[in-house]
Design a protein. Structure first.
Length: 244
């Protein structure tokens, strides 16, 4: 239960703030309308910063790609500390992490919708409203979109594993800056999901919430931000075994 609560809470915080910065940037009549891509990058980075602190007790994965990457790497899901026991990477523990992350992502998306409900009620393109919840490609090419997500998530998980091997006082700030860098460098083609829960949970919320003029949830694309990050995470975990 503690694993579930912390991972769900951290992921909910991540999505609340991450979807929130997108909503502030693209929905009509917001204070931050038109703030631009770097505003979104930094907003997501700070969302990760907050989410990592909220899920500290579980190792702050808040991302299934990180969980399966550590599993593939043979690492504990949370290393032992002076005050906390290690969480071994058993199938049962991995499953709890994944379910918690998906639930948390759904809850975070619903909270972001509540915060911006009046703006969702305004007239706007359906794609704009969907863009608050889930990612989508600028140029649709499923194979290349998949490759982009694999590459970007590989960078995330590989460097996160290296962070664990490198003494540093930066902590969550290092991960936040890494996410900002990935968004600025590799986020252009697909919107950089790099996190299956980050896309699937909010996409499910978009599908069930009563949003006027919301249109389709684009399920035809939904497999890309799920499969791509999972493959990238596993590859990063396996390569890190050799590299570290």
């Amino acid at each position: 239960m503690q694993i579930f609560l912390h991972e769900a809470g951290g992921t909910a915080m991540l999505i609340l703030l991450g979807a929130g910065v997108v909503a502030n940037n693209i929905l009509p009549r917001t204070k931050g309308f038109g703030g631009g891509w770097l505003m979104v990058n930094f907003g997501w980075g700070l969302a990760v910063f907050a989410g990592v602190f909220a899920a500290y007790d579980t190792g702050a994965h808040i991302n299934p790609a990180v969980t399966v990457g550590l599993w593939a790497n043979g690492s504990d899901l949370r290393p032992a500390t002076d005050t906390l026991a290690a969480i071994p990477a058993t199938f049962g523990n991995v499953l709890i992490y994944l379910i918690a992350q998906l639930v948390g992502a759904f809850v975070g998306a619903v909270l972001a919708w509540i915060a911006y409900k009046k703006h969702f009620d305004e007239e706007a393109p359906a794609a704009t409203k969907l863009g608050v919840f889930s990612t989508g490609p600028e140029v649709r090419s499923y194979g290349l979109n998949f490759a982009t997500e694999v590459i970007a998530t590989f960078v995330l998980v590989f460097i996160v594993i290296l962070f664990g091997q490198t003494p540093s006082g930066l902590g969550p700030l290092a991960v936040a800056l890494l996410v900002v860098g990935i968004g600025a460098s590799l986020g252009g083609p697909t919107g950089y999901a790099i996190n299956p829960a980050r896309d699937l949970g909010p996409r499910l919320a978009h599908a069930v919430l009563p949003i006027p003029g919301k249109g389709s949830s684009d399920w035809a694309y939904s497999w890309v931000p799920i499969a791509g990050p999972l493959v990238g995470g596993v590859l990063a975990g396996l390569l890190a075994q050799i590299y570290v």
